[in-house]
Design a protein around this ligand. Structure first.
Ligand code: F6P
Length: 373
């Protein structure tokens, strides 16, 4: 019996999403006579029954297009924003799934999407997910759709900033995305020959960073390139956050928990401008002119890299194979270039941080990159 499958893309967009949608629809239709509907704007479209029929013609030519033809959002079915409150809409999602006589739902997204998909699985929806996030912080897969493109965009940007830093004898600070894991900063920083790479996994000492720059200057290098993940923080900031997280997780009363949560939100709000502060601190400590470039959503734009197109196509075609074989409640990942089926229970709620003994960390240290401590 040919199956009917729903697709949605959820969380931050990235290059490669359309390549994955194309691979799912083409392989599902051509190999297994499946039919597809695409829900708009992530889980919101599933709850609102807002979808479009996905034909082979509709996905023709989207392999190289950035973004997602379905649109996306960060809405969660079990915490759906409605009239200023969060409401559990899981049952509405299940109703839409049944109303459209779907056999499976494919969710393409990051860490939050894996969690949302597991909730839906437990409510009776057959789900298969693909890992997508430029942050590359999803466990049990070597890479996620979008990471390679973002790292490439950041590398090219840092290359370009090298020439202006050299021309003006300046410190150029480049903020890249990655609010919990420093994969983009580490990858692009290493690829572009950064002198300092600061990642969330290693709280940094600003004075030691300035000393490293001054040491470089003494060796005749009048400029420095500093790559900083947006989630990186100083040792003192890390201490504050750790205390707030501890008190949030160990609060004895609801009020205490709410207070700690509010303080954490305020900290993260103020932390948004931390790279500007860092740039000024480096200028004061080194007496060298310093400038900041924030790459922001540039890292999520434009056509996917060739590798991301391959990752998206490999995982998209594997998803329809797994569905055809009746596999459910799994994420398709890549381990040493081989597709693996990972139970959602193992992935949901987990994060893949940069291990401090990662080969790229070791290579960075060996080539004299200052990593913050
Ligand atoms: O999760 C991917 C990501 O690009 C993060 O690196 C970044 O912090 C966040 O999304 C930005 O979210 P938004 O696009 O919703 O502002």
């Amino acid at each position: 019996m040919a199956m009917k499958v729903g697709i949605l893309t959820s969380g931050g967009d990235c290059p490669g999403l359309n390549a994955a949608i194309r691979a799912i629809v083409k392989s599902g239709k051509e190999k297994h006579s499946m039919s597809f509907i695409g829900f708009r704007n992530g889980f919101r479209g599933l709850i609102q029954n807002n979808y479009l029929e996905l034909s082979t013609e509709m996905v023709s030519g989207i392999l190289t297009q950035g973004g997602t033809i379905l649109g996306t959002s960060r809405d969660k079915p079990h915490k759906f924003p409605e009239n200023g409150k969060y409401v559990d809409k899981t049952m509405e999602a299940l109703k839409v799934y049944k109303k459209n006589k779907l056999d499976f739902l494919i969710c393409i997204g990051g860490g939050g999407t894996q969690k949302n998909a597991l909730y839906l699985k437990k409510s009776g929806i057959e789900v298969v997910t693909l890992p997508k996030t430029i942050d590359n912080d999803i466990p049990f897969t070597d890479t996620a759709i979008g990471f390679d493109t973002a790292a490439g965009i950041a590398t090219e940007a840092i290359d370009r900033l090298h020439s202006t830093a050299m021309s003006h004898d300046r410190i150029i600070v480049i903020e890249v995305m990655g609010h919990r894991a420093g994969w983009i900063a580490l990858g692009a920083g290493l690829a572009a020959g950064a002198d300092i790479i600061l990642i969330p996994e290693i709280p940094y000492d600003i004075k030691k960073a300035a000393e490293a720059i001054i040491e470089r200057k003494k060796r005749g290098k009048e400029f420095s390139i500093v790559v900083v993940a947006e989630g990186a923080m100083s040792v003192s900031q890390h201490k504050i956050v750790s205390k707030l997280v501890y008190s949030k997780e160990n609060s004895k009363t609801k009020e205490e928990k709410a207070k700690a949560k509010e303080k954490l939100l305020l900290f993260h709000k103020e932390h948004l401008s931390h790279t500007l502060v860092l740039t000024k601190q480096l200028e004061e400590l080194t007496k060298m002119e310093s400038r900041l470039t924030i790459l922001g959503h540039l890292q999520r734009g434009g056509t996917p890299s060739s590798y991301d197109r391959i990752v998206a196509t490999r995982l998209g075609t594997a998803a329809t194979e797994s569905i055809q074989n009746g596999k459910t409640g799994i994420m398709l990942g890549l381990k040493e270039e081989m597709v693996v089926e990972v139970p959602l229970e193992d992935v949901a709620g987990k994060i893949k941080l940069v291990p401090l003994n990662h080969p790229s960390i070791i290579s960075a240290r060996s080539t004299g990159v200052f990593l913050g401590e």
